[in-house]
Ligand binder design. Sequence first.
Ligand code: FAD
Length: 475
Amino acid sequence: HPALIWFRDDLRLSDNPALLAAVASGRPLAAVFVLDEEAPGLRPMGGAARWWLAGALRALAAQLGQHGLDLMLRRGPATRIVPHVAAELGAELVVFNDRAGAAEAKVDAAVVARLRQEERQVERFCGHLLHAPGTILSGAGRLPRTFSAFHRAALRLPPPGAPLPPPGHLTPASPLDSDPLEAWELEPSHPDWAGGLCKAWRPGERAAQARLATFVADGLKGYGEGRDIPALDHVSRLSPHLRFGEVSPRQILAAVTHAEAAGGVPETDAAKFLAELYWREFSHHLLAATPDLARRNIQPAFDAFPWRDCPGELKAWQAGATGYPLVDAGLRELWQTGWMHNRVRMVVASFLVKHLLIDWREGEAWFWDTLVDADPASNPASWQWVAGTGLDAAPYFRIFNPVLQGEKFDPDGAYVRRFVPELARLPARVIHKPWTADAATLRAAGVTLGATYPHPIVDHAAARERALRALKSTH
Ligand code: FAD
């Protein structure tokens, strides 16, 4: 009687505890991925993530194919499909790795109940996080309310085990019907839109492991400072690979720890990078404890906040046409490549919720649709962090000045020049505030404000005052 592995956010063969358990059972193996867009509360993936998923599934199918195993693709509610496939196969054992999220947990619980009713054995594992949700607790027995308390508590636990090897030999079960991947229409029919994604990324476990190796060799040293400069290649860009589980956090932890022990990587750079990995953990633990993280303010005082409804300004923000070069560069990077540098994510998010007073949920939804790393935990948690509505969040009254942020983190304007080419010929001293340039400078750079590049959509000082007044009205 075969074993069935249900792949989800863990599209890899190495360090995959569910897969290894299935192989260790000695049974012939079948593998399924279910596209479930129907379960109540389950958030359908956005456009960029769907594009990534198609590539990731192709890569996983190719890897399994080398072991003679087919990846079965089925679409529909997992609560029906998984038990159905298990029955078709006559599987005695079903294995999968857990995911955070209340809607997901509900689906999983229903699937498990059905399978057990039918007397199939179920084994589930934690493969997506360093520590399972619910294992990092404050003295009061709940999720710590600050990141630093969470991080300290996590470091007091026994360290996560070493990553598991990929399986050796797999014995395939007889194959069953599978949907053709093309039938799912995950990739957009407008090639122009996906063109930038294709140029920027290669989904799949092999590409993920190669990126990890390159980053550890070339980018980790100097990460502590370099990570804030969006024009530099000093961050790992592992986020979409992590989102789809093409690399595990345990593998990253092991690679970084090894590089540090071997010398050549300063402890401070390794520690800073690993702390970011713990921010990811914090978001996932928060999601597990907060079912509607993408909808509800964690701080209810913000429920009465006077968000403005102004579709025109939201559109200008989405299109990268706010007249603030750093903000526009970030939003255009997002649109063109499906990713945005973290420093710039913070600036554009702050601009939306503070300068434009638009509800963070609008920005979160835009990121959800356009990010290849759009993550059910990290995206809403980060938006709530920036908006000041979240756990241990940046206070709302701390308002980024987009010009000063640009001058500090993109001092020569290299990042703006790359993504806002119509400003590329402006000198560095005005590139983050073109409206202050004199007419001759603008003419020499071929810039006509209001024609080739917009005037600022709001005045920084006035917008800042308005945001502080709005805050006062509810706090
Ligand atoms: P690195 O700097 O190389 O960090 C390594 C890994 O640590 C990342 O891949 C990521 O998994 C994790 N990480 C880093 N920073 C954070 C953080 N602040 N919170 C949680 N995890 C982090 N990250 C997502 O993965 N998905 C999202 O949907 C997402 N939405 C965001 C929205 C906003 C408004 C903001 C401010 C941040 C968001 N982030 C999100 C967090 C962060 O910006 C990205 O994880 C990071 O930029 C990814 O690039 P990297 O892999 O090169 O990061």
